[in-house]
Design a protein around this ligand. Sequence first.
Ligand SMILES: Cc1cc2nc3c(=O)[nH]c(=O)nc-3n(C[C@H](O)[C@H](O)[C@H](O)COP(=O)(O)OP(=O)(O)OC[C@H]3O[C@@H](n4cnc5c(N)ncnc54)[C@H](O)[C@@H]3O)c2cc1C
Length: 399
Amino acid sequence: MTQTQAFDVFVVGGGPSGSTAANDLARNGVKVALLDRAGRIKPCGGAVPPRMIRDFDIPDSQVVAKITCARMISPTGRKVDMHINGGFVGMVDRDRFDEFLRERAAKSGAVRLTGTYVRLERDDAGTHVVWRDKASGEEMRTTAKLVIGADGARSQVARENVPGGDTIPYVIAYHEIIKAPEGKSGIDYDPTRCDVIYDGRISPDFYGWVFPHGAHASVGMGTGHSDFDLKDATAALRKASGLEGCETIRKEGAPIPLQPLDRWDNGRDVVLAGDAAGVVAPSSGEGIYYAMVGGEVAAKAAQAFLKSRSAADLGMARKLFMADHKGVFRALRSMQDAYYKSDMRRERFVSLCHDKDVQSLTFEAYMNKKLVSKRPLAHLKIGLKNVAHLMGLVRPEWT
Ligand SMILES: Cc1cc2nc3c(=O)[nH]c(=O)nc-3n(C[C@H](O)[C@H](O)[C@H](O)COP(=O)(O)OP(=O)(O)OC[C@H]3O[C@@H](n4cnc5c(N)ncnc54)[C@H](O)[C@@H]3O)c2cc1C
């Protein structure tokens, strides 16, 4: 085993969370290593909000499509087009996006390492990360004051080091990257519109999607039901959308965590970020923005820890995150619990999307990651409609 140079912080995982943490730390003069195993594109729909693009200085060249309409499709095939006035949903391709973030961290001063995390070792000299170098196949040992576990869903760092890290619940999401059906007649496909399909045959507990990505599109679905056939459901979704004949470029799936951990650190030398900490928005499965925020707060906690050498400072990562996002996570969890249960509920949910206030408040909340409180009457109206739908007091409405 080869002993390498030592670092202040060793980040395991170079996805959005780990790369953001490494970038922030390096920019602040911290000696940081960023390890990623490389070689696999993260399966992901790639939908991101404008706030992420703004807050994390994402260049326009990374945004391969700007979506200005979301079409909600109900179990009976009813469609509600929600137009995003004055805004958009951005689409990034994860092969280019993740590499851009890793390279940005390296330009800021992080040392990029390519290989696989193996385990942590601890002795009187401190904490050591054992990892296997991809090029040589050799085991390396790197000493660090702190380890950031940003190695994604089912994180090995979390499982081995943080209470609850081995029991985070998941849905499995699967998608197919296809060539976009440019100009093909008879296909209702629009490169500026994403389709969100609420239908128990496509997903009994989540949803299906068609996300345009310029020359390509992501078509997929997610479910927590282990006996549900994800490939069959995606084939059915492609058929229903008229996309079955499009060339398939990749087929891939991965877990999406459902529940943020109660603790993100081990009270000693490890703090988690992003999917590793279970942080993905309920209802939508949106995780890229939250992973980047997770990386940002992990970097803040790391700097406080390096200064004070008090492990209590590691708790700052979760505290900072929850202070900003707990409300949105709660609201989205309630929505998922209420409406993703049966086709009748899904029908009502899509019906509710007709409401112009629902549309504008939803997109304002999505784009800016804040629950909008400036229009109390609109909230009251939506709340009452919500209750009426859940109690079956009104029939689903259609224009
Ligand atoms: C099918 C699907 C569709 C999705 N669609 C969307 C979407 O449209 N919008 C959205 O916002 N979110 C979406 N998500 C969720 C989103 O992809 C994740 O929440 C996000 O990628 C989390 O970022 P992360 O950095 O925490 O983890 P990841 O992106 O998973 O990055 C973890 C990194 O760690 C590395 N790694 C893992 N293990 C090791 C190891 N042992 N050694 C070294 N390196 C390691 C991996 O190579 C990877 O680069 C989707 C997820 C799935 C599965």
